[in-house]
Design a protein around this ligand. Structure first.
Ligand code: SF4
Length: 240
């Protein structure tokens, strides 16, 4: 089976445990204002087969095995091509390769049930808990995303990723809402705070799109630490 993709990173170290083969699929329905890869929004014309990904992956597997890593399929939104991911992950599991999905959660529930039997873990990014702020930040409502998050946490280990956007996602109200969401999930999750940076802006300019966060400064170590402190005060301690 073939999938639409954007790029491949052979030695990823920030998208899951250990060293990872990271396949970035193309296509995404969200429109995050801080998106680093707006060139992944459309499916484009680059395609790759599951067989090609697997043979490429096996070529480098000693790196992944040695670090307890594996493969992460990211995007765009990888769950929009769930049949492709299911076939790929099923093949990976036959070779005992660890599989992680990196999703923003905007997909039909059926898509995740397709891949669950073959998926070891998920990275799940949540842009904002408040629905209006989410709509402003990501272009669409978060109702389906939150429902998919709940479902996913019932089945596999989830790392919840939250972008620290100074002054936008960092208010006490935002962080209390995030903590309440985490407390309400059916299983514990790990939380990863990602500092916002504006490096994606050049891509927006190259695509002749207006970048709307020019007034927002990059997040500092202190910004991230403040959010972590607020979360801990709300009883969220499983932070990485
Ligand atoms: S979900 Fe990811 S790929 Fe899609 S717009 Fe947001 S940041 Fe970009």
């Amino acid at each position: 089976m073939q999938g639409y993709y954007h790029s491949i990173e052979h030695f990823g170290t920030v998208d899951g445990r250990g060293i990872r083969y990271v396949l970035f699929l193309s296509g995404c329905q969200l429109r995050c204002r801080f998106c680093h890869n707006p060139d992944t929004w459309q499916k484009g014309c680059k395609v790759i087969s599951t067989e090609k990904v697997l043979s490429d992956l096996l070529h480098y597997r000693h790196f992944y095995d040695g670090s307890k890593g594996g493969i992460t399929v990211s995007g765009g939104e990888p769950l929009l091509q769930s049949q492709f991911v299911a076939e790929l992950f099923a093949a990976c599991q036959k070779h005992a390769i660890d599989t992680t999905i990196d999703t923003a959660g905007y997909y039909d529930k059926q898509n995740i049930t397709d891949i669950l039997p073959y998926t070891n873990a998920a990275l799940f990014s949540i842009k904002a808990v408040n629905p209006e702020k989410h709509r402003w930040l990501a272009g669409l409502d978060n109702e389906q995303i939150l429902s998919n998050l709940r479902y996913l946490t019932e089945h596999i280990p989830v790392t919840l990723r939250y972008v620290v956007l100074p002054g936008i996602t960092t208010t006490t109200e935002d962080i209390v809402a995030l903590a309440n969401l985490i407390h309400s999930l059916p299983a514990p999750v790990t939380v990863e705070l990602l500092p916002y940076h504006s490096l994606g802006r050049q891509k927006w300019q190259a695509l002749q799109m207006k970048y709307t966060l020019d007034d927002v400064p990059d997040a500092t170590t202190q910004d991230v630490a403040s959010v972590a402190t607020l979360l801990k005060a709300e009883g969220i301690t499983n932070l990485i």
